[in-house]
Ligand binder design. Structure first.
Ligand code: ZN
Length: 457
């Protein structure tokens, strides 16, 4: 019995929460033929990984196929394959949280990390050097799937037990295409869409790593690229995260010695109107971005900072004078991603909800595939994520923006800037998250994981 699978992993469909005796269908590609392994007693991700025999000739190939299939099926963003004494530990990052998937046994000649390196065109004899490469994994797709392979980026790092591989699964074009798909509320969608209209200024997206900054910037660019008349849109990224057809993307190649700042200066001379610089992390890029924003370019970029006040302060720490911050920055979007409570668990039995609560308190939730685990979310209790964002504009129509700009110029501390913004009615991310908790979309534990404790005052 073959099951159609809606995911890109196609022929392989892991089953979580199987009843005893119920078996899933696993097909393994062998010399171009798909062989059914449904006779195997193990059908859960952990057991499936453990069932691969390291002494088999095709071990590394099968291991990589299985791991990448599972990861795509779980909608994982990253796959970690870390060598341990006598094997490899496999972990998937799902909805921002790293989950233990299983162990691949060692002891044979095959090495799954080396197999990944071959797929990414990296030399496997150069052990001891960190390396990066790209691969397009064709996998085993359904015949009617015309989307082609899945683009991935492999990073290899030497460890005492051998090379450790981390695969970033690049977003498939089509997911998060537009602002309306970010999961924001309607009002915030309109505010973001309005940020695409101006012809100049700097729009910053702030937040820690993994808070969806790039996704938001791409959504804004797609909005702009879809508008008429067309505007010339370019990106300078390090590295490119998603390939978008309608815009001109460039990636910094370390060998050329090109920096984000020098690439940005050249891009400005390419008759570009809208530019994305993946991140402002040094004074040169900060200066180039602000200069470009003051000379008739709409610039999008991201900053690692926790809120709007600290994003502005960060720009001044990078050497941008207060008055240029004030005249160049058009808006700061401060955002995070929160996991949604799994609908199936919520509607499930009391015992499922109880095990869900246990998982919530344990952020290192594992893909256990236990009989009582919810099949929709693999027992993590959450399924999917949505963005929450605080948008502050600096165009005299936003009292919060005015208060922040004034206190920044006065040289006040970040705490005083926050207090001034609060006095003018600023709504912070905790306030926004609370509304989602009330509506039962997420919960306290998730908000605490992402935002930490609410600051008093
Ligand atoms: Zn669930």
């Amino acid at each position: 019995m073959a099951w159609p699978c809606s995911h890109r992993c196609a022929q392989y469909r892991p089953r979580y929460g199987l009843e005893d005796g119920d078996q899933g269908e696993l097909l393994i590609e062998d010399q171009g033929e798909l062989l059914s392994m449904s006779g195997l007693p193990q059908t859960k991700p952990k057991e499936m990984l453990a069932a691969l025999n390291p002494k088999d000739d095709g071990f590394a190939v099968d291991a990589v196929n299985m791991v990448l299939s599972q990861a795509l099926h779980c909608s994982a963003s990253d796959v970690h394959v870390q060598p341990r004494e006598g094997g490899w530990e496999v972990l998937y990052r799902i909805d921002g949280v790293l989950s233990f998937a299983g162990i691949l046994a060692g002891g044979g000649a095959g090495d799954p990390v080396a197999r990944l390196m071959v797929l990414a065109g990296l030399p496997t004899y150069q052990n001891g050097t960190p390396m990066e490469g790209r691969l397009v994994w064709e996998g085993k797709q359904q015949a009617d799937d015309e989307r082609g392979g899945v683009a991935m980026r492999l990073g290899v790092f030497p460890t005492v037990h051998g090379p450790r591989g981390v695969v970033r699964i690049l977003q498939v074009e089509g997911s998060h295409q537009r602002i309306s798909l970010l999961g924001l509320d309607h009002h915030q969608e309109q505010v973001l869409a309005a940020l695409c209209d101006p012809t100049s200024g700097l729009v910053l997206v702030s937040g820690p790593a993994g808070s969806g900054k790039t996704t938001t910037m791409y959504a804004l660019l797609r909005e702009i690229a879809a508008n008429v008349p067309r505007r010339s849109v370019m990106t300078i990224e390090d590295p490119v995260e998603t390939v978008v057809d309608s815009i001109s993307q460039s990636e910094l190649a370390p060998v050329t010695g090109l920096t984000l700042a020098s690439a940005l200066k050249s891009a400005v001379r390419q008759d570009s109107e809208v530019l994305l610089v993946s991140e402002i992390r040094d004074p040169d890029t900060a200066e180039a971005a602000v200069q470009a924003s003051l000379t008739g370019h709409l610039i999008f970029s991201s900053l690692h900072s926790t809120d709007v006040a600290s994003a502005l302060r960060r720009l001044t720490q990078l050497g941008v004078p207060h008055h240029l911050v004030r005249s160049g920055v058009r808006a700061v979007i401060n955002q995070r991603l929160l996991r949604k409570i799994c609908e199936s668990c919520r509607q499930g039995s009391g015992s499922t909800v109880a095990s869900h609560a246990a998982q919530v308190s344990n952020p290192a939730a594992t893909l256990t595939g236990q009989a009582e685990a919810c099949p929709a979310c693999a027992g993590t209790g959450y399924k999917g994520r949505f963005a929450i964002a605080q948008v502050v504009r600096f165009d005299s129509s936003d009292a919060v923006g005015e208060a922040l700009a004034d206190t920044l110029q006065a040289g006040d501390s970040v705490q005083r800037m926050r207090a001034a913004a609060r006095e003018r009615g600023a709504v912070d991310l905790h306030d926004i998250a609370d509304a989602y908790i009330e509506r039962g979309i997420t919960d306290d534990a998730e908000v605490y994981r992402v935002l930490g404790k609410r600051a008093d005052g």
